[in-house]
Each structure stands twice: as C-alpha cells, then as structure tokens.
Design a protein around this ligand. Structure first.
Ligand code: TXA
Ligand code: MG
Length: 319
C-alpha cells in the first residue's frame, strides 16, 4: 500500500469516506482515525497498528453536537467537564451509544469521547462529518507520534493517508476520566491535571488501582518500552554524563558530553519534546537515557507517569 502525505483535510477526509483509516494531527499526539460507526473500517485500525483487540479506542468528534451520537452524558458534572475542557486534551468515558460497534470499545458498554483542539485536526473531523474512532497513530508498543514523520516511520505502507498538521503542541496523550460513576475518576493522567478537574468538579479522584482495574483496559497492556535503558533522577546537579548517555530534563547536569541532550525550559516544553526525543535516541542507537523527574504539578504529573512507565518497561526482560 502506498502512503500519501497531504496537507489537505478535505483530501484526507475522502479516504475516511472510502472506509479507510487516516493518520491525523491533534494537539496531544497524532491519531489513526476511521469511521466510528463502521465495524470494518475500525478493524483496519487494529490491523495497521498491530493493536490487541481488548484495548478500547477513543471516539473523536469535531463538534459538541456529535457527542450524543456516540454516548450518553447522564449527569450535570460531566456536562460541566465538557463545557470547561472541550475542545481540549480531555477524554470522557460515558455510556456507549448502541450505534457504536462493540469493536470500537473492546466489548465495553462505555465509550471514550474527545474533541481535539487542533485547527487542522478539527477541519479534518468536520470534513469527515462523522465521529472517528482513533488510537494514537504508532505501531503498538512504540511511543505516541507527535509529528507526521514519526507516524510515517511506524505506519508507512500500512495506512493509505497521513494528514500533516505540524508538531503536536502538548506531546502527551489526553487525560482519560471515567464519568460513569458518582464522581469523576481519572484513569490516565494528561495535560488536563487533576487539580484543574477538581476546580470544575471538586469530588474528582485519581484511580490508583490501575493494574487490576478493568475500568481502564489500556493500562493493563505493556507500555512503550524504549530499546535503551531509562534511568530516572530527581536531582542532576552532581551528575556527570558520558558520551553514550542521552539526557532530557529541566536542569543542567554538572557536565554533559552527550550526543543527545535536551534541556527543557519548562515542564510543558519537556512534555512536548519527550516522545520525539525517545525516537531520536532510538535512531542514534543510544543505550542509556537519563530523564529528570519533573515536579508533579500541572502536566508534570502526567509526564512523571509516562517516564515511570518507560523506566519500568525498559527494565523488564524482552520477550
Ligand atoms: O490524546 C489522546 O488520547 C490520543 C489522541 C489521538 O486523541 N489518543 C490515544 O489513544 O492516546 P490510545 O488508544 O493510545 O489510548 C486510549 C486510552 C487507553 O488507555 C484506553 O484503555 C482508554 O483510553 N480508553 C478508551 N476507551 C475507554 C473506555 N471505554 N473505558 C476505559 N478506558 C478507555
Ligand atoms: Mg496509544
């Protein structure tokens, strides 16, 4: 299969109309979207990514009016979350509409819904004129792509079209919030922090029992495991890094002699650069990546979560 790269949302939407999956930009990471009402189109996403079928997809909408076609919003505080954070990097999990095939939600009666805040991604969703089921547009087990070239590296020859929308400005995946109970429960941390959600709905909590909890099936799956060993540090002022070791963080280590270094001026910039940096390190064959743990305020909590998962996965033996 030839993979076309285009700047035209309308051209990209013509592939969706033909029942094909298309990689498209969002502010968090690139997604791989297909008609959320079509079982056969959605199956192509799982095939292209090599994704396990028990990991549900998020359905993306271009306008608030489309939410009701995908799921039921049954309480006032979910409505408040939508009013406050849509469009933006927040996914709500609500009761699934019968119109959405079970293949989208891996058999669950709930569905994740998100309205991305990206001018080209939005134009594309509106041109499609249907909600799109979309996971991140990486091969399963790889870091989420934040540029079209990262998508191309993973999915070239596996998808017919990639819509170019520049580099994703957030760089980490959306915050996923379960809205099916009596209060919001954050299943996956992201750019919308727990503090921000609590300002809107004070009873919101974080789901701690992630690994055993069936509510967030994606978290059971093995996460991105860098080929390199990932080492986490809080304080780098005494650290001296060798040439074969990459470094990413907020502060300058005592000395660096590395081919790959990213000193980030803010936590937001660190989140923006992280996945791209991991891919860069893979391309250059680096075997050790030292990452500074950021403070856990704001997007820092999500960044710590991704860094911890990457470090845990990199420490596991390969199968
Ligand atoms: O920012 C994002 O969320 C990106 C962009 C493309 O929107 N998408 C993304 O999708 O990261 P994916 O498939 O890589 O991650 C979706 C996460 C998984 O952890 C999955 O388990 C969870 O959302 N999820 C989706 N539907 C769910 C549901 N009905 N109940 C619980 N968790 C759900
Ligand atoms: Mg993903």
């Amino acid at each position: 299969m030839e993979t076309l790269v285009t700047d035209s949302p309308v051209h990209a939407a013509s592939f969706v109309a033909a029942g094909e999956p298309v990689a498209f930009p969002t502010e968090t990471v690139y997604g791989l979207g297909a008609n959320a009402f079509s079982k056969s189109a959605v199956e192509k996403i799982y095939v292209a990514k090599g994704r396990p079928a028990d990991n549900p997809l998020i359905v993306h909408v271009g306008r608030r009016a489309d939410i009701d076609r995908v799921g039921s919003v049954n309480n006032i505080w979910t409505r408040r979350l939508i009013d406050t954070f849509f469009p933006g990097p927040l996914t709500i999990v609500v009761e699934r509409s019968p119109e959405i095939p079970r293949g989208v939600t891996a058999g669950l009666d709930t569905v994740g819904i998100r309205m991305p805040d990206h001018p080209i991604g939005r134009a594309f969703l509106l041109a499609c004129d249907i909600p799109l089921a979309a996971p991140s547009a990486n091969l399963s087990g790889r870091p989420s792509p934040t540029t079209w070239t990262a998508v191309y590296d993973d999915l070239q020859g596996r998808v017919p079209c990639i819509l170019n929308g520049g580099q994703s400005t957030v760089g980490l995946e959306s915050t996923v919030v379960d809205c099916t109970g009596d209060k919001p429960v954050v299943l996956r941390q992201g750019a919308v922090s727990l503090e921000a959600i609590r300002k809107c709905v004070p009873s919101a909590t974080l789901n701690f029992a992630e690994s055993s909890d069936m509510k967030s099936p994606g978290l059971r799956h093995r996460h991105y495991a860098p080929r390199a060993e990932v080492i986490l540090v809080e304080n780098v002022s005494e650290l001296a890094l060798k040439a074969d070791t990459a470094y990413i963080g907020l502060d300058h280590p005592r000395s660096i002699d590395s081919v790959a270094t990213a000193i980030c001026p803010s936590v937001e910039s660190y989140a923006f650069r992280l996945f791209d940096f991991f891919r860069h390190c893979e391309r250059t064959g680096i075997e050790t990546i030292v990452c500074q743990l950021p403070p856990s305020e704001g997007i820092g909590a999500a960044l710590r979560d991704r860094l911890t998962r990457a470090a845990e996965a990199s420490a596991q033996p390969r199968v």
